[in-house]
Design a protein around this ligand. Structure first.
Ligand SMILES: NC(=O)c1ccc[n+]([C@@H]2O[C@H](COP(=O)([O-])OP(=O)(O)OC[C@H]3O[C@@H](n4cnc5c(N)ncnc54)[C@H](O)[C@@H]3O)[C@@H](O)[C@H]2O)c1
Length: 330
């Protein structure tokens, strides 16, 4: 297959490297011309990817057309809040309909659309798919065992992609609920920031276990209200991904939460991060979405208040602990 990857950050470059090794032809688009030229020349993708180089066989381009024109599959690996502008640029170029695959985890703050919905709105894509799950790129580049889930409306093409993109260490499961899978990947980033806050405040694993279990209930409520299958959230995208990012020192959203617990603001923590921590913007989108749909999401609400309304993290935790007592299964 010929893959045209949009985004030469941490995940875009690692996905490209493992798929090139998997016998696919890979080109990657980087929006920053100077950076694209430097990566193409030096093969180093610092600061997004440390300790690994990009093989000569992978072309890095700053002109989007060169990456998508002959691609069989266009892969999206840019920060969620930049996707609209990337799709707009692509809409002017993509005269032949292609298959599209989103690796993005987030919700567009302005439109409250999930990545595949942003793509579908503007692009005459042939078929659209999402791939998500516990997939920390820095572990995948070391070829550590990883399982993800891929879904889309066209089951036969999804099965082909599952076969084509799986490797000996990257196992792709087939999902049936693309929206549920995207919701899991997006909202878990908000909860991963919360886990970072718990670590940053020096609490132990009881708090984290509670957060994961109650956090999944919140995503399930939102998923059910949006007409998807809440069981999806107990799978790789949802529970699997939340456990990974909650305990991993390599998770940026988790690191972002630690910085917030140490007194940084969203602005100063973002400046320290280099790479995107999608959970910060997603907290805003989830707040809007859950209030619009009337879905009770107390942990996500408190995260919004900590991140955007200057609530001290200790007050946020106290508020959650002092909510009226209730049954677990509701
Ligand atoms: N890194 C991971 O381990 C991982 C794993 C799974 C999913 N994801 C998701 O993949 C997406 C990309 O994450 P990443 O880790 O590669 O991010 P990153 O911060 O490492 O890289 C982002 C890339 O987007 C480019 N970019 C920045 N602003 C842009 C703009 N305005 N227009 C076009 N391109 C722009 C950057 O130059 C860079 O190439 C996110 O949604 C993330 O949640 C990441």
């Amino acid at each position: 297959m010929k893959l045209g990857i949009l985004g030469c950050g941490n995940w875009g470059s690692v996905f490209g490297i493992i798929q090139q090794k998997n016998d696919h032809e890979v080109k990657i688009w980087e929006f920053d011309r100077q950076r694209a030229l430097a990566v193409e020349k030096t093969r180093s993708n610092e600061p997004f990817l440390s300790g690994h180089t990009i093989p000569q066989e992978i072309r890095i381009e700053w002109e989007m057309e060169k990456v998508v024109s002959d691609a069989d599959l266009v892969v999206f690996a840019v920060p969620c809040q930049t996707l609209k502008s990337v799709v707009d640029r692509l809409a002017n170029l993509m005269c032949v309909d292609k298959n599209c695959l989103s690796l993005i985890k987030g919700i567009d703050v302005e439109t409250l659309l999930l990545p595949t919905q942003v793509i579908a709105k503007k692009l005459k894509a042939e078929k659209i798919f999402a791939l998500s799950g516990p997939s920390i790129a820095n572990e995948i580049i070391r070829e550590e065992p990883t399982a993800v889930v891929l879904a889309g409306r066209d089951v036969s093409t999804a099965k082909e992609l599952q076969q084509n993109l799986s490797t000996s260490f990257f196992r792709v499961y087939l999902g049936t609920d693309m929206i549920g899978i995207e919701l899991g990947g997006a909202v878990k980033n908000v909860l991963a920031i919360a886990c970072g806050i718990i670590d940053g405040m020096g609490f132990g694993t009881n708090a984290k276990g509670a957060l994961i279990a109650r956090g999944i209930v919140e995503i399930q409520r939102l998923a059910a209200r949006m007409g998807t299958d809440p069981r999806t959230l107990l799978g790789l995208s949802g529970l699997g991904d939340l456990v990974t990012t909650s305990f991993s020192a390599e998770s940026r959203n988790h690191r972002f939460g630690v910085l917030i617990a140490q007194g940084e603001t969203v602005k100063t923590a973002t400046e320290k991060m280099i790479m995107v921590a999608e959970g910060a913007a997603t907290a805003m989108a989830v707040r809007k979405l859950s209030h619009e749909l009337g879905v009770e999401m107390p942990i996500c609400d408190v995260m919004y208040e900590i991140l955007y309304e200057h609530k001290p993290p200790a007050d946020g935790i106290r508020d959650l602990m002092q909510r009226p007592l209730k049954s677990e299964i509701l």
